[in-house]
Design a binder for this molecule. Structure first.
Ligand code: MOS
Length: 754
C-alpha cells in the first residue's frame, strides 16, 4: 500500500499534469512479452560464443598454460590467453583515481601472466556454441606459481593508509572543533564498533556483451548503466578513439552500481570479435560475477557520540576502515553523510583503507550511506537508550539549522517531518523502550526506526527532442533505464512540456550515438536526464514559436510576444489557438528539433550556496523467537522527502527495493571470503542470501509533498538509493528492542542473538 501526499501538482506553465502521475511503465508490455532485447539476446548472424576461464589462485603468476587440447575440441574457434591476446593499453597506476578516471581508465584483460585475484580471467575460449566453449575451457591446463595473499581486514587494520580522496571525490577526513576533548568530557556517550561484510549486487541480468566490428569501428551490445563510461573505458583499453566505439544498451536487467564501468565481458568480446572477424558474445556466469563485477568492501566502523544530559550532541566521530583492492583503490564515502546529518560543535570523520588481494571494489547501491548509516544510525539508537530519550526525540533535538560542516543552508530538508509523520502512521507510541516487553507467545516484538539521508547529485547531460509533422515527439539521449522507470518519467516530462498525449511521445535511450548523459547511477538519473529533457522541450517550443511567428503560411504568423501555452495538442498565444500538428505541418514539414543540457551539479551556483540531500525516516517492526532466535519482519514504513515526485509508482518501487535491501543488509547478506585462498565461498544465489518474498513484510511508502527549487528545474531530487539508507539500521534497532541483544556485526543472524 502506498499513499502519496502530493496535495498539488506544481507542474509547469503548460500543465496537462502528467508529471507526478503514477503512470505504469511504458516499457512494461515489451518486458513482460519478451520483446525487450537484452544484451545477450541481440541476434547477429555468425555470432560465436566466448567462455571465460578464471584463475584458481588469488595471487601469483601463470608459469605454464596448455591450450592445445582445448583448441582441438569440437566447435572451438579460438583460445585467447595472455600469450596471444591483442595488445591493450597498460592498466593505470594504482593511485587515488579522480572521479572521471575511475570510470574511464584502461582496464586490460589477459594482458599479463600475473594473477591479482581469485577467478581473474586467464583464458577465453570462443566456439560455435556456448556449451562447446564451456566444455573446452575445462581442457585448459594452467600451472601457477602461487604467492601468499593478504585477505584479512581485521588482522591488518594497523596497515591502513589514508587515501587522497574518497571515491566520489569527497575529502577523506573532516574535523571541526575539538572532537577528542569534547568526547572525553561528554556526560553521556556511546563508543561502538560495527562490522559490515563483503556484499555483492547480483542484478538479475548478468554482465554480458555482444561485440561486432565493422572496419575499425566496434559496436558493443551490452548491459551498461552509463554508456559514456563504457565507451571511454573500452576505447582507453583498446587504445582507439572513443568515436570508434558504439555502445548499445536499450534494456538492462538491473545494475545497482555493478554496471557503471566496463568489465571483462566487454573487453574480451571486443578483442575476440576483432581476432575472429565475426560477432562474439561473452557473458559472466553468476558465479563469475562474484569476482569479476565488483563488491562492496568489508568494513569496520567506530562511531563515537557524546551528548549532554538533554541529549544535545557535543561530539560526533565516525571512523571507517575499509578493505580495498591492492591494485585499484576504491574508497566508499561511508562517513560523508554524517557531515550533513546532525548538529554538534565538535566533529570528526575519517576514512582509511586496508589493501587486500581482491578485485577492485565497486559502487554498490548507495555506496557509503548503505554501510555507513547501518552502523551510525544504530549508534544513535544506543545513545537514545543511554539517555532515556525516544530515538525520534533525540534526532529532533539535534536537527541543525544549516549544514553543520559546510555552513550553508539546506535546500529542502524535511527529516523531522518524515520522522514525525512516520511515527504517527506507524503507531510508534506503542513501542516500549525497554527491550523484550512486548510479547506474543514465544515471539518478542520490537520496533525500530532510523533516519535516511543521501546527497542529491546532477551529472552533465544533454537531451535531444524532435517533433514531426504528424505530431510525433521523439526524445533521444544515451541515458539508460536499469529497471528504474526512466523511459516512463521521460515520456511524462516530454508529454507534459509539449502538451501532447503520452502516446505521442517515443523516448529512445541506450545508444551512444544519442546525446551524452550521466547515465544511471548515484540516484542522479531521473533529475539529470529529466532536467536536460525539460530544457530541450523548452528550446523546442521556442524554435516552434519562432518559426510560427515568422514563417509564411503559419497560422500564427505575426502572433504577439505573449507567452504561448502548449496544452491539449494545441498552441495558444493570446486568443489565437492552433493545433500543434497543423502548425508543424505548415512551418516545418520535415520536423523540428532542439537540444537541452544540464551541467554537473557541482559546477552550479546552487550547489555552492545550498546543501542538497534527500531525506527519509524508516520504521520497522520485527518478531524474534525467544527460543530459536529466528527473526521475522512484520511491517516496514518509509516516509520520504525527496523533492517533487515525478512518478509515485516508479518512485515507490525504488523505495521498496531499497527497504528490501535494508532487510538483506541487516539480516542476510554476506559474502564470506576464505582467508586461506582468497575466494568468496558462497558465490551463488543459493548461498548468498537475499530477502525473498516470504521474508518481506507489509511495506508502506509515503512521500511528503516537496518541491526543491534549488535542485533543478523539475524540483525533484534523487531517491533511487535513499530507500536503503538507514533501512537496515531501523531493522537492527527493532531487533534490539525485541531481544535486548545488540549485535554490531552484520548481518544479524539468529546465532548471534542466542
Ligand atoms: Mo549506483 S551504486 O551509483 O549505480
Amino acid at each position: 500500500m502506498t499513499e502519496t501526499i502530493i496535495r498539488e501538482n506544481r507542474s509547469s506553465e503548460t500543465g496537462n499534469g502528467l508529471i507526478g502521475q503514477p503512470l505504469a511503465r511504458v516499457d512494461g508490455p515489451l518486458k513482460v512479452t519478451g520483446r525487450a532485447t537484452y544484451a545477450y539476446e541481440h541476434a547477429l548472424d555468425g555470432a560465436a560464443y566466448g567462455y571465460i576461464l578464471g584463475a584458481a589462485i588469488a595471487k601469483g603468476r601463470i608459469v605454464g598454460i596448455d591450450t592445445a587440447e582445448a583448441e582441438r575440441a569440437l566447435g572451438v574457434l579460438h583460445v585467447m590467453t595472455h600469450r596471444n591476446a591483442p595488445a591493450q593499453s597498460e592498466f593505470g597506476p594504482a593511485v587515488t583515481p579522480t572521479v572521471p578516471e575511475v570510470f574511464t581508465r584502461a582496464r586490460p584483460v589477459l594482458n599479463s601472466s600475473r594473477v591479482r585475484f581469485y577467478d581473474e580471467p586467464v583464458a577465453l575460449v570462443v566456439a560455435e556454441t556456448f556449451e562447446a566453449a564451456r566444455a573446452a575451457a575445462r581442457l585448459i591446463r594452467v600451472r601457477y606459481e602461487e604467492e601468499r595473499g593478504a585477505f584479512d581486514l581485521s588482522a591488518r587494520l594497523a596497515d591502513a593508509y589514508t587515501p587522497r580522496r574518497t571515491n566520489a571525490g569527497f575529502e577523506t577526513d573532516s574535523a571541526i572543533g575539538d572532537f577528542d576533548g569534547a568526547f572525553a568530557a561528554a556526560l553521556v556517550k556511546v563508543d561502538a564498533t560495527y562490522r559490515t561484510p563483503y556484499e555483492h549486487h547480483n542484478p538479475m541480468e548478468p554482465h554480458a556483451t555482444l561485440a561486432v566490428w565493422s572496419g575499425d569501428e566496434v559496436t558493443i551490445y551490452t548491459s551498461a548503466q552509463t554508456l559514456a563510461n563504457f565507451q571511454a573505458g573500452l576505447a582507453s583499453t583498446l587504445g582507439i578513439p572513443r568515436e570508434r566505439v558504439r555502445i548499445v544498451s536499450p534494456f538492462i536487467g538491473g545494475g545497482f552500481g555493478s554496471k557503471l564501468i566496463v568489465h571483462a565481458d566487454g573487453v574480451l568480446a571486443a578483442l575476440a570479435a576483432r581476432v575472429l572477424r565475426r560477432p562474439v558474445k561473452v557473458a559472466l556466469t553468476r558465479q563469475q560475477m562474484f569476482a569479476n563485477a565488483g563488491q562492496r568492501a568489508e568494513m569496520v566502523q567506530q562511531v563515537r557520540l557524546g551528548a549532554d544530559r538533554d541529549g544535545r550532541l557535543t561530539s560526533i566521530g565516525h571512523d571507517v576502515w575499509s578493505a580495498t583492492s591492492s591494485f585499484e583503490e576504491f574508497c566508499e564515502q561511508t562517513a560523508v553523510f554524517g557531515r550533513s546529518l546532525y548538529a554538534a560543535p565538535n566533529r570528526l570523520t575519517r576514512h582509511r583503507l586496508v589493501p587486500v588481494d581482491l578485485n577492485r571494489g565497486e559502487w554498490m547501491r548507495s555506496p557509503g550511506e548503505a554501510p555507513g548509516m547501518l552502523a551510525f544510525e544504530c549508534a544513535v539508537d544506543e545513545l537514545a537508550e543511554r539517555l532515556g530519550l525516544d530515538p525520534i526525540e533525540l534526532r529532533v533535538r539535534n536537527e541543525p539549522t544549516e549544514d553543520p560542516e559546510r555552513g550553508v543552508p539546506f535546500s529542502t530538508r524535511n527529516l523531522v517531518a518524515c520522522m514525525q509523520e512516520g511515527g504517527r502512521r506507524f503507531g510508534w507510541e506503542r513501542r516500549n523502550p525497554t527491550p523484550g516487553r512486548i510479547r506474543e507467545g514465544r515471539k518478542l516484538i520490537g520496533y525500530g526506526m532510523a533516519a535516511a539521508i543521501r546527497p542529491n547529485y546532477i551529472g552533465e547531460t544533454t537531451a535531444k527532442v524532435a517533433i514531426d509533422a504528424s505530431g510525433r515527439v521523439t526524445a533521444e539521449l544515451d541515458m539508460t533505464d536499469i529497471g528504474t522507470g526512466t523511459y516512463t518519467i521521460l515520456t511524462q516530462i516530454a508529454a507534459e512540456s509539449l502538451g501532447v498525449p503520452i502516446a505521442a511521445v517515443k523516448v529512445e535511450l541506450g545508444d551512444s550515438r544519442f546525446p551524452r548523459t550521466a547515465g544511471s547511477g548515484g540516484s542522479w538519473g531521473a533529475a539529470s536526464a529529466g532536467s536536460a529533457l525539460h530544457h530541450a522541450c523548452n528550446a523546442l517550443k521556442e524554435r516552434i514559436m519562432e518559426a510560427a511567428r515568422f514563417s509564411g503560411g503559419s497560422p500564427l504568423r505575426g502572433a504577439d510576444d505573449a507567452k504561448p501555452t502548449f496544452v491539449g495538442g494545441e498552441v495558444r498565444v493570446g486568443d489565437r489557438s492552433v493545433s500543434l500538428t497543423d502548425l508543424i505541418g505548415r512551418i516545418a514539414p520535415d520536423g523540428i528539433e532542439a537540444t537541452g543540457s544540464v551541467a554537473a551539479g557541482r559546477d552550479t551556483e546552487s550547489y555552492r550556496t545550498h546543501s542538497q540531500h534527500s531525506y527519509g525516516a524508516h520504521f520497522a517492526e520485527v518478531a524474534v523467537d525467544r527460543d530459536t532466535g529466528e527473526i521475522r519482519m512484520r511491517r516496514m514504513l518509509s516516509v520520504i522527502g525527496a523533492g517533487r515526485i515525478l512518478n509515485p509508482k516508479t518512485a515507490r518501487s525504488q523505495i521498496l527495493g531499497g527497504m528490501t535491501w535494508g532487510i538483506g543488509a541487516a539480516l542476510m547478506e554476506e559474502t564470506v571470503l576464505d582467508p586461506r585462498y582468497g575466494h568468496f565461498v558462497n558465490h551463488d544465489l543459493a548461498e548468498y542470501h537475499v530477502p525473498v518474498n516470504g521474508d518481506v513484510p507489509e511495506m508502506e511508502v509515503v512521500f511528503l509533498d516537496e518541491y526543491d527549487d534549488k535542485a533543478n528545474p523539475l524540483g525533484a531530487k534523487g531517491l533511487g538509493e535513499l530507500g536503503v539508507c538507514g533501512a537496515g539500521a531501523a531493522i537492527a534497532n527493532a531487533v534490539y528492542n525485541a531481544s535486548g541483544v545488540r549485535v554490531r556485526e552484520f548481518p544479524i543472524t539468529l546465532d548471534k542473538l542466542l
